[in-house]
Structures are given as C-alpha cells and as structure tokens.
Design a protein around this ligand. Structure first.
Ligand SMILES: Nc1nc2c(c(=O)[nH]1)N=C([C@H](O)[C@H](O)COP(=O)(O)OP(=O)(O)OP(=O)(O)O)CN2
Ligand SMILES: [Zn+2]
Length: 143
C-alpha cells in the first residue's frame, strides 16, 4: 500500500525583472513588456512542496514536516526572501521566469529529501499565475 502525499506551503518575497542578455534592449521590451521594466517588480511567491513515500511505512506518514521545513527554509526561503532573483548566480544565464524558478527550486530540493519522495513543486507568482514541476513535465497555468 502507498502512503499518499503531503503538500506543505512556504512563502518568500522577492524582486525580479524578466530580461535576457541574449536579446537587444528593444527585443527584451517587445518580448517581456512591462515585466522588463528596468526597475524590476516584486512578488509574494508561494511555494508548494509535495512529498510522497513509495511503499509501506510503520509510521503511516511521509517525511517529517519539521525536517522538510528545515530543508526548504535553508535551501529556498533564506536564499530568495527579500532578494533580487536576477542577482542569484543560478539566474546569471537564465531568465527569472516562473518556469525557470520552479525548475531551480526542484533541483535545490530533490537532492535534499529521501530519494524518490519529492513528487511536485509548484510556484504561485501572482493571483492568477502558477507553475508546476513533477520532475518530468513542466506545467504553466493561468487561471
Ligand atoms: N510564461 C511566462 N509569462 C510570464 C511570466 C513567467 O514567468 N512566465 N512572468 C510574468 C511576470 O513576472 C509577471 O509579474 C506577471 O505579470 P502579469 O502577467 O501582469 O501577471 P498577472 O496578470 O497575473 O498579475 P497582475 O498583478 O494582475 O498584473 C509575466 N508573464
Ligand atoms: Zn514578475
């Protein structure tokens, strides 16, 4: 019997600007519009982390929530809260889109939780935008 899954919610506030050095100033403006404003803008990001255990466990639960909190706080919240995402070394050559952010958060967490237990990471950027990654297929949605 499987164990089901648990999803835990985390938050951080960060600034960013959609911009790539691979495009000209004019093309950046054309592609990213207001999100390319040189002054940047901010979001109250919400990160949803889903953990699931394969197989049977005597405890009847997945990973301990306190342990997950420690990992996500150290690896994600402390790293990004009240920062400019564009200054993060991982975004030196990648645009700070939600698509790229959710992939980066997955990569930062997948090595920290027991193998096979990270099932999904979702990033809510605005009231209407969220991004999901399950390790194989990226889903960007606008509701
Ligand atoms: N494919 C993507 N498109 C956009 C992304 C992204 O990450 N991937 N990001 C943005 C912006 O960062 C942005 O701040 C969201 O802007 P906007 O479209 O204005 O968002 P909302 O309409 O949902 O929010 P409002 O607060 O109502 O403007 C844009 N596109
Ligand atoms: Zn934005």
């Amino acid at each position: 019997m499987g164990q089901g899954s648990i999803t835990r919610r985390y938050r951080f506030c960060a600034a960013h600007r959609l911009h790539t050095d691979y495009l000209s100033i004019e093309d950046n403006r054309a592609v990213f519009g207001k999100c390319n404003n040189p002054n940047g803008h901010g979001h109250n990001y919400v990160v949803l982390v889903t953990i699931g255990s394969p197989g049977v466990s005597q405890s009847g639960r997945t990973m301990d929530i306190d342990a997950l909190d420690r990992i996500v706080t150290e690896r994600i919240v402390t790293r990004f809260d009240h920062r400019d995402l564009n200054q993060d070394p991982e975004f030196a050559t990648r645009t700070t889109t939600g698509e790229n952010l959710v992939l980066l958060i997955w990569d930062l967490l997948v090595t920290q939780v027991p193998e096979g237990q990270l099932k999904k990471v979702a990033v809510v950027e605005t009231r209407d935008n969220y991004f999901e990654y399950t390790g194989s297929a990226l889903v960007a949605a606008r509701s």
